[in-house]
Design a protein. Structure first.
Length: 72
């Protein structure tokens, strides 16, 4: 499954990595950095291997919902 291509645009991807760095622990924060530096193939491998990261920090996560409410 392609998380970035099927469910996230680049703006959402950037917001997800920001949430990872803000709310995640050390590992998740470093993973966010790795995702930003990774080429598209390796980025997709990381997202496919760790779907819980997308679920927890991605576009449909509680972090994004609260961020959207704060912007309103």
């Amino acid at each position: 499954m392609s998380h970035l291509n099927s469910t996230m645009n680049s703006t959402q991807f950037h917001a997800m990595t920001e949430c990872m760095q803000t709310y995640g622990g050390t590992f998740v924060s470093h993973l966010a950095t790795a995702l930003r530096y990774a080429d598209p193939v390796n980025r997709q491998k990381i997202l496919d291997a760790l779907p819980e990261i997308v679920n927890k920090y991605g576009p449909t996560s509680q972090f994004m919902k609260s961020k959207t409410l704060a912007e309103v």
